[in-house]
Design a protein around this ligand. Structure first.
Ligand code: KG4
Ligand code: ZN
Length: 346
């Protein structure tokens, strides 16, 4: 089946066309177009929800049109030859979600096509099924690390996803972004911190790893932000904030976040019987996280393969939403589709 996926839960406006079959797990990405308002958010140092939604209203129709064109979808009397639409219904910013949802509902009504509601977090997981190097074997442990969420779930089957643990405060991506703000780095700061960390001295700073030694699979990152704040304040007083100290802080920040993510993932992997580990969300684009996790799996001789989506599919995109829809395939009448900003795992 061919699905048009629409994603507008945060600051991106994305549409994609995926052709695929759930049973054979044969997924083909026909197009994936992302319109970003990142430059505007970079100026304000973060997302202002109202601004994001206003931009998305401008982008949504051209984005969908572009995705259908790039996928060479034929139209008969203006109606594209697709089997269904899929749209993110939550979690996310209410104004942003509504832009995608109301557009998808209107198109579903006009084109007389079914519409499949998708949980954004489940969408992130399915980015792994777009270009897997080998078939992903279940049960799989998914680490979802994005700007808004940090969760561990077990995928028992495509119909049964069990939530295991999550963050008690900030998400991993949020920690990168908030620390980036303290360091006066542009938004989103995750990729910038990763780059700066390459020049950081590993011995300059060491930041706390909250809950790392404790017997819980939960995460906590707010204390890390406070620790960095104190260091930045003290450096400012000594007039010692410079390229090198910023790179050193970037190294220690990445090291702390990655160490905690790996420790909890390994702990969960040993507690549950799993055959694979899938990474997803914007922070999964971090090379240090992927490399260290791969090393750790080898070292501990875990009988689980590691799957990571290509970088452009780690961050928000319509392709992951369309792919999740292929596996979940639960169309509902357009009248019943509503935005669920607080949607989580069941
Ligand atoms: O999944 P995503 O695009 O949006 C949400 O659903 O939140 O994730 C965005 C987050 C941002 O916090 C960004 O700083 C972080 O992912 N991120 C990274 C990297 N690339 C994006 N964090 C660390 N290293 C990266 N290379
Ligand atoms: Zn996301």
């Amino acid at each position: 089946m061919k699905i048009l996926g629409i994603e507008t839960s945060c600051d991106e406006t994305s549409a994609a066309v995926i052709s695929g079959h759930k049973d054979t797990e044969d997924i083909t990405l026909l197009s994936n177009y992302v319109a970003s308002s990142m430059e505007i958010h970079a100026k304000t140092g973060g997302i202002i929800p109202e601004v994001a939604a206003r931009e998305q209203i401008k982008y949504i129709i051209p984005t969908i049109d572009q995705a259908l064109q790039e996928a060479h979808i034929e139209r008969v009397r203006g109606i594209p030859d697709i089997d269904a639409l899929a749209v993110t219904v939550g979690p996310g910013l209410i104004g942003s979600l509504l832009v995608g949802i109301e557009t998808a509902k209107t198109l579903s009504f006009l084109w007389e096509k079914p519409i499949i509601p998708v949980n954004h977090l489940i969408g992130h997981i399915y980015a792994n099924w777009i270009y897997p190097k080998e078939k992903i074997t279940l049960p799989s442990l998914a680490l979802i690390v994005s700007g808004g969420h940090t969760d561990i779930v077990i995928i028992h089957s495509h119909k049964k996803i069990q939530w295991i643990s999550g963050t008690r405060d900030d998400a991993a991506g949020e920690a990168f972004d908030k620390i980036g703000r303290l360091l006066k780095l542009p938004y989103p700061a995750g990729p910038v911190i990763e780059k700066l960390a390459n020049n950081g001295n590993p011995d300059s700073f060491f930041f706390p790893r909250p809950l790392m030694q404790e017997d819980t699979l939960d995460f906590s990152f707010s204390g890390l932000k406070t620790a960095v704040y104190r260091v930045v304040q003290s450096l400012e007083q000594k007039n010692a904030v410079n390229t090198q100290t910023v790179a050193d802080i970037a190294y220690a920040t990445q090291d702390a976040i990655v160490s905690v993510l790996i420790a909890k993932t390994m702990k969960a992997a040993q507690q549950f019987s799993i055959s694979s580990i899938v990474l997803s969300g914007g922070v999964a684009a971090n090379n240090t996280l992927v490399t260290r996790l791969r090393e750790e799996i080898l070292q501990r001789k875990l009988p689980a393969s590691l799957v990571v989506p290509p970088k452009n599919l780690c961050t928000d995109n319509g392709a992951m939403i369309a792919t999740a829809a292929i596996f979940q395939n639960n169309p509902i009448p357009w009248q019943e589709i509503t935005a669920q900003p607080e949607l989580y795992f069941e």
